[in-house]
Design a protein around this ligand. Sequence first.
Ligand code: AMP
Length: 559
Amino acid sequence: MNFNELGLKQEILTAIAGMGFEKPSEIQAEVIPYLLNETGDVVGLAQTGTGKTAAFGLPILQTIDPKAKTTQALILSPTRELCVQIAGEVSKYAKNLPMHIVAVYGGEDIRKQLKELDNTPQILVATPGRLIDLMERKKVHLESISYLVLDEADEMLNMGFLDDINTILERTPDSRRTLLFSATMPNEIAKIAMNYMKNAVEISVGKKNEAAKNVEHYYVLTKQSTRYDVLKRLLDYYPDIYGIVFCRTRQETKDVAEKLMVDGYNADALHGDLSQAQRDSVMNKFRLRALQILVATDVAARGLDVNDLTHVIHYNLPDDRETYTHRSGRTGRVNKSGISIALVTPREKGAIKPIERVINHPFTQMDIPSGGMVCQKQLYYMVEKMQNLEPDKKLERYMPDVVELLKNMDRDDIIRRFIALQFNQLLEYYHNSVDLNASVQQEIKSSKQGRVSKGRGSRGSDDHDEPKKSRRQMRVVDKGDTLRLKINRGRKDGFEPKRLLGLINDVTGDKSIKIGDIDISPKFTFFDVDKKRVKQLIQAFSSNHRAKGYIIGEVKGNR
Ligand code: AMP
């Protein structure tokens, strides 16, 4: 089936063709013809990322009257982010229609929204709480509503909006069509459907409560004390990862993100202690892929509109199974496959079975990649990147000289040496790395024998098996023995002394380099380094993949 067969207006077809939609997704192919040709309500069981916004958005645009200055469609969604995302998406579909679409949500100055409502929107996207507030101020009028959409209904209930939803449903005309979308089907949702919906058909993509079909579900067994090392190992094993690491608490989110940043990963944290502006900034960076790894709590990640996640990692499994469905549904979106990996201790392994029943899909146990596997993967990744690279034309002028200089070396030797330039640090780091699988097996064995193994169950114990990368202590260096260096990160990037020290540890793999005074300006950080080690430091920064994006150099002249 293609979009032309659905009976949609040319204006809509042109808009979605411009967005690159080639054929309707599964939910669209089911919901759009039903809404256009039948009269009943719809209960849609679908994950985010299945294309459900267009599934309800296109028929709404097709049937409401752009000339009538009344609000004819109301879309309720749980979060500000999702509201903005839906309004943005529907506006794109409505590009060629004279349609006014407004989003109203909590957490933003109401005056701006009041002003936007002066010009009555035909389509209103809202969070329930803010909508009730605006209804009480008589700024929104629901008597002409012909479509009411409850999007991510299970999330709205999780967030305590049940009473608000009931109030809103009561205030809209009985003649409306109600469309309810939810990833899962708890009893409360079935109750809403029973009380407020007429002739509803249930349309589900995949089976009820099933996680997105194109997601592969894995778990790795870890000791509590090596959980962070296992995470790092996985991140190293997937060098092109673009994913979310889910944590259970804000504190855990902060700790994991901070450690990853210190260890040189392109990661940041998203949690409820951040201001709205900070959250927006992190989400934006992640959306634009300027950030590779987002460490987040479930609540903060709600409504984050990001497609094409390659991985979802559960640093800890959530307490309830439906949250697992939501988390893993963020990968494996429209026509793409994804990987969900849960880190579990032998004791937590029991939580896997009940989740398998809910998602109706088995988990596969995955071995923690060995150091050798990581090196191999990174090497192939680099070779592939090299093959796809467009070399800068400016290189051409140096080529004859370089070719002349290398003329006596054979091809293999040249390749070997260029790879060594990039990889010696990584090989060194992983040379003595521990088999993390063996260490957890050892723990299982000793617990079976009734012995209490060291560190078992003790959160945050220091029993790490990876080569230790403890934080460097600042050492006092005599100024006469130092040189001042500068790096292209500063306060504006959230750079602090401990991040600089962590970065140096990570890139050089050598904790004995003495660092003196550190001064941080908005865009740069200046620091004193033992003169004898400057060359080593600069060389490490120019050859180690962990130093990607960092530029380091000597500060000439005045200190
Ligand atoms: P949604 O589930 O509505 O949040 O949609 C997820 C993403 O898929 C959005 O970025 C849409 O623009 C995109 N999308 C929706 N329908 C299609 C389609 N038929 N083909 C390709 N992409 C789509």
